[in-house]
Design a protein around this ligand. Structure first.
Ligand SMILES: Nc1ncnc2c1ncn2[C@@H]1O[C@H](COP(=O)(O)OP(=O)(O)OP(=O)(O)O)[C@@H](O)[C@H]1O
Ligand SMILES: Cc1ncc(CO)c(N)n1
Length: 553
């Protein structure tokens, strides 16, 4: 046969056929967990499938060898197969140990009746340890089963038996035998080089009908943890074929996964013989093994985690004086002048969060918040800093009105009105006249650096304390938690208090908390930790920012 020999591409973009394939393993049980249905279920799950198993035989084996085989009545296997098929759509079937001709007969009859869309047959005859797993007189029955498979995955010994030849001594000989078996059965054959001597462990996907041989190369991995590699590979291929609908892609990805699992097998320290592969090693290292916290749990954890910072803010003379109205005008104006500088760049940082947001809802939320920071909050600052507000301002009479409300995310005023005052040269000059102090510089450097690093989730976490701490403080001040003076409409800083106890600001803050905690719940543990760090650092800057006015004056 003239074979079109190609090298398998590293990856291939193929459409997903079934998101979570439902895959049935028809195989024997290995109580030591490395081969048979135990390996199959792990492999199916590891590559993204839902695994099921109908048990053909029970073995008593471990990593050193097989001690006994018990084959339950074949009628009970038929009952298992029917129980599954009567209820569940089977997207793919993997067949392993069949034990004897009677079992093969039951499986063949069931396959003919159900016609599963994908059948991968691992013609298990002898275990890695050398023990027989198929009666010698059942080989003819197995040969009759082969045409019902889409893919057959024999090792070198099994391939020779199926081809009716001697064990291939070279890889080209093995491929020739695979071509013969494929030709005789119509199935694809994956010739496996696990038992070859030498530095390589190649496999080849052979399809006689289309005259193709796709080679999969790779250096042999130095490990004794090879128990169940054939079971694991065939289950993974069945699952991936159901998901990807492309044999080359399915074999390629299954091999990449198996090689990763082989590399980590020894670390499991299971048994003194040929140990199992570590089926989930890649998932464990990439995804972690702990259940992700829910957004609600993250909210509680992060908030509790800054309890010390919040208590320190509550105790600051600046906050106490702001609450009872005894704070002198100068440090308050000093604070507002710094806050104006802060808000101008904070709005830029929020705009960057908007730019980075992967979805339109996030994009709109942060853009609106950026607008709110400039328009709602800066308005307040501009009015105060231009001398329009507060004790000693304007006509000299103390009490001022409640001020305009609307903070980041809640621009209640039209942009025209507010933009006018911020853009007004006199207002603008007064608003931004101050030099940034150390606290302002440090906080903004943290936010601007986080924005520059371009990690959306971390940036979203970094901007959150400015919402959350303010709204919490504003609400508790307005509720009189720091003294009844804050409830007095004649309070000198009533406009400031009103700005930060505005229900619309509280609403925007809830949205921000929800958005950030959902991002954190979906993040990897490392990314979630980075988000949490950014959140904590911003909270500490909030405290330093509130402390600065009285430290300087
Ligand atoms: N040391 C190794 N390094 C890299 N790949 C290997 C190694 N051993 C086996 N493989 C791969 O594992 C898969 C199974 O091959 P193998 O020829 O060992 O099958 P098997 O004998 O049916 O397995 P089992 O041990 O389950 O009986 C193949 O893809 C093979 O290339
Ligand atoms: C049950 C069972 N199936 C297959 C193999 C082949 O590895 C094994 N050792 N045990």
């Amino acid at each position: 046969m003239s074979a079109d020999v190609r090298r398998a591409p590293h990856t291939r973009a193929v459409p997903r056929v079934r998101r979570v394939p439902r895959v049935l393993s028809i195989a024997g049980s290995d109580p030591s967990g490395g081969a048979g249905i135990q390996a199959d279920l792990k492999s199916i799950a590891a590559v993204g499938g839902y695994g099921m198993s109908a048990i053909t035989a029970l073995t008593a084996q471990n990593t050193r060898g097989v001690r006994g085989v018990h084959v339950p009545p074949s009628a009970f296997l038929a009952e298992q197969l029917d129980a599954v098929a009567d209820d569940i759509t089977v997207d793919a079937v993997k067949i392993g140990m069949l034990a004897n001709a009677e079992v093969i007969g039951v499986v063949a009859g069931w396959l003919r009746r159900i016609e599963p869309p994908i059948v991968v047959l691992d013609p298990v005859m002898v275990a890695t340890s050398g023990d027989r797993l198929l009666d010698a007189d059942a080989e003819a029955a197995l040969r009759d089963l082969l045409p019902l498979a889409d893919l057959i995955t024999p090792n070198l010994l099994e391939l020779a038996v199926l081809a009716g030849a001697e064990r291939a001594s070279t890889w080209p000989d093995a491929i020739a035998q695979a071509e013969a078996v494929s030709s005789a059965t119509g199935a694809r054959v994956l010739a496996k080089g696990g038992h070859l001597d030498g530095a390589d462990a190649p496999d080849a996907l052979v399809h006689a009908a289309s005259g193709t041989v796709v080679s999969f190369g790779g250096a042999r991995i130095a490990t004794t943890a090879t128990h169940g590699t054939g079971c694991s590979l065939s289950s993974a291929i069945a699952t991936l074929q159901a998901e990807l609908g492309d044999w080359e892609a399915a074999v390629g990805e299954a091999r990449r996964w198996l090689r990763e699992s082989l590399r980590h097998g020894a670390s499991l320290e299971v048994g003194g013989g040929h140990g199992p592969v570590s089926h989930f090693a890649g998932l464990w290292s990439r995804g972690g093994v702990r259940t992700a916290p829910t957004p609600d749990e993250i909210e509680s954890e992060w908030w509790a985690g800054i309890a010390d910072v919040r208590a320190a803010i509550d105790d600051l003379p600046f906050i106490r004086g702001l609450a009872d109205g005894t704070l002198a005008r100068e440090p308050f104006l000093g604070y507002l002048a710094q806050d104006a500088l802060y808000l101008r760049d904070y709005a830029r940082v929020l705009a960057e969060a908007s730019r980075l947001a992967p979805d339109a809802a996030g994009q709109a939320f942060w853009a609106n918040s950026a607008h709110g920071s400039l328009v709602g909050e800066l308005e307040l600052h501009a009015d105060w800093l231009a001398g329009a507000h507060g004790p000693g301002a304007g006509d000299g009479e103390g009490p001022i009105d409640g001020g305009r409300t609307g903070t980041h995310g809640t621009s209640v005023d039209g942009p025209a009105a507010s933009a006018a005052s911020v853009a007004d040269p006199l207002h603008a000059a007064a608003t931004f006249a101050a030099e940034p102090d150390a606290a302002t510089t440090a906080y903004l450097d943290h936010l601007l650096a986080t924005a520059a690093r371009g990690d959306y989730a971390v940036l979203a976490a970094a901007v959150l304390p400015c919402f959350w701490i303010y709204v919490d403080l504003g609400e508790r001040l307005a509720a009189g938690e720091f003294g009844a003076q804050a409830l007095d409409p004649g309070h000198p800083y009533a406009s400031w208090l009103a700005t930060y106890s505005d229900p619309a600001f509280a609403h925007a803050t809830r949205e921000a908390i929800g958005l950030v905690t959902r991002l954190a719940a979906d993040a990897t543990p490392e990314r979630r930790a980075a988000m949490h760090r950014a959140f904590r650092i911003s909270s500490e800057h909030e405290r330093a920012f509130f402390a600065a006015p009285l430290a300087l004056h």
